[in-house]
Design a binder for this molecule. Structure first.
Ligand code: ADP
Length: 412
């Protein structure tokens, strides 16, 4: 049986039909620019791409197109569960959850913590429930993996009432990716995850580091929101908390203007004045662009400092794991980070670092603290978690998923 994985953003849906056991993908695709005249659904299956133009499509129309593609490929009746990526589960969710009214209420309750993401995730779930009424649906939260952080790691040094009354604490994100690459790293190291102390660095457009002890997260660099921590593509990461106040007085900027700039015009983009894409910056830096060089240097320095800081959360360090578009593909960033972490026993094997391109592998010299590259696969992790939740509920005496008869295939 296959699992349908859905990642619903405000104007896009990424989807994949996967075998949670083997990781095989029956199809994958993207509904993009939803709500605009250019909306379209792109499905890739067996190396073949099908593009369906769907002007002004919403989630419902996008799912109708997906359904008809599933019907055409005879996959519709082989899907047993839908797994949804949900960004913020607050303190309510420390594990994936079979979606019912109470879970939807919980996701709604977390909207103030993720005002852009959770409403889109919710709308996607509700549309998917209407499109696939016969299928159980599971919410897999970006924050859940980090709910194991101890209080010393998740509390801010702010008035306690802010925490108690408004949930002001560190939550962390990218949990699905950190959890997945930790499992993969244990497999590559040939040791049980339960025995390992790892630091994982997820470096994509968003970036975060996690300290993982025996398979559970004990600290991470993102906080209340995904703005905290590392320098990212367009996000600043840590800045002085007085920045809003200072800019309001000096530059007459509103709260909203500063927040928007910290999220969308900062990070690699802000520092370089050029762009947020690491590939582009590496090329520009090689060509002598000073802003691009500085952006990469600050990115690397802050990352190395954060990794070193994470060691405070662990009794020892067995390995450092790089993942995400930058972590998997930028040998230059990995080399520069490793060279700043010699005190932790890291030493780069230049040839190995150059050789991992696209496949993952070890990049340190023999005898040094292991550093490795693991290709993340958040879709597979969501598929696995959804399948596990379904299996657990199917086996329990009390909660049986109610499978309604299949409706007629949609032709829309
Ligand atoms: P997202 O967080 O949106 O999923 P990705 O994980 O795909 O993003 O990461 C995107 C980042 O990865 C971009 O900065 C991109 O430039 C970078 N990247 C992808 N391929 C390479 C490469 N070959 N060399 C350097 N950076 C790369």
């Amino acid at each position: 049986m296959w699992t349908l994985v859905l990642n619903c953003g405000s104007s896009s849906v990424k989807f994949a039909v996967m075998d949670p056991g083997t990781g095989e993908q029956a199809l994958s695709g993207l509904a993009e620019r939803l709500g605009s005249p250019e909306a379209r659904v792109v499905v890739t299956c067996g190396g073949q791409k099908t593009v369906t133009e769907a002007p002004n499509a919403d989630y419902a129309r996008a799912f109708a197109a997906l359904l008809s593609e599933l019907g055409r490929l005879d996959l519709r009746r082989q899907i047993s569960v839908v797994g949804h990526r949900v960004v913020h589960g607050g303190q309510l969710f420390s594990a994936p959850a079979l979606i019912d009214e109470a879970v939807l209420e919980g996701v709604r309750a977390c909207i103030p913590l993720a005002p852009l993401h959770n409403p889109a995730n919710l709308a996607g779930i509700e549309a998917a429930q209407r499109a696939f009424p016969e299928l159980p649906q599971v919410a897999v939260f970006d924050t859940a993996f980090h709910q194991s952080m101890p209080e010393v790691a998740y509390r801010y040094a702010v008035p306690e009432t802010w925490y108690r009354e408004h949930g002001v604490r560190r939550y962390g994100f990218h949990g699905t990716s950190h959890a997945y690459v930790a499992q993969e790293a244990a497999r590559m190291l040939g040791r049980p995850l339960e025995a390992l102390n790892l630091i994982t660095a997820h470096l994509g457009n968003g970036c975060s580091v996690a300290a993982i002890q025996g398979g559970t997260s004990v600290d991470t660099s993102m906080g209340l929101t995904p703005l905290e921590g590392l320098v990212m593509g367009t996000r600043s990461g840590d800045v002085d908390p007085n920045l809003h106040d200072y800019l309001a007085r000096q530059a007459d900027l509103s709260l909203e203007q500063v927040t928007a700039a910290l999220n969308r015009q900062s990070g690699l983009l802000g520092l370089s004045g050029l762009g947020s894409d690491m590939r582009e910056l590496e090329q520009a830096a090689a060509g002598g662009h000073g802003g691009a060089r500085l952006a990469i240097e600050v990115f690397v320095y802050r990352l190395a400092r954060s990794i070193a800081g994470m060691t405070a959360a662990l009794p020892t360090l067995d390995a450092l794991v790089f993942t995400g578009g930058i972590g998997e593909n930028s040998g230059g960033v990995r080399a520069a980070v490793i060279s700043r972490l010699r005190l932790l026993g890291f030493e780069l094997d230049g040839a190995a670092n150059a050789a991992v391109r696209g496949q993952g592998g070890f990049i340190g010299t023999p005898g040094s603290t292991p550093a490795l590259v693991v290709n993340t696969n958040e879709e597979l992790m969501i598929a696995r978690e959804a399948a596990q939740v379904l299996a657990a509920h199917s086996h329990s005496q009390t909660v049986q998923p109610q499978l309604a008869p299949l409706p007629e295939e949609s032709t829309g």
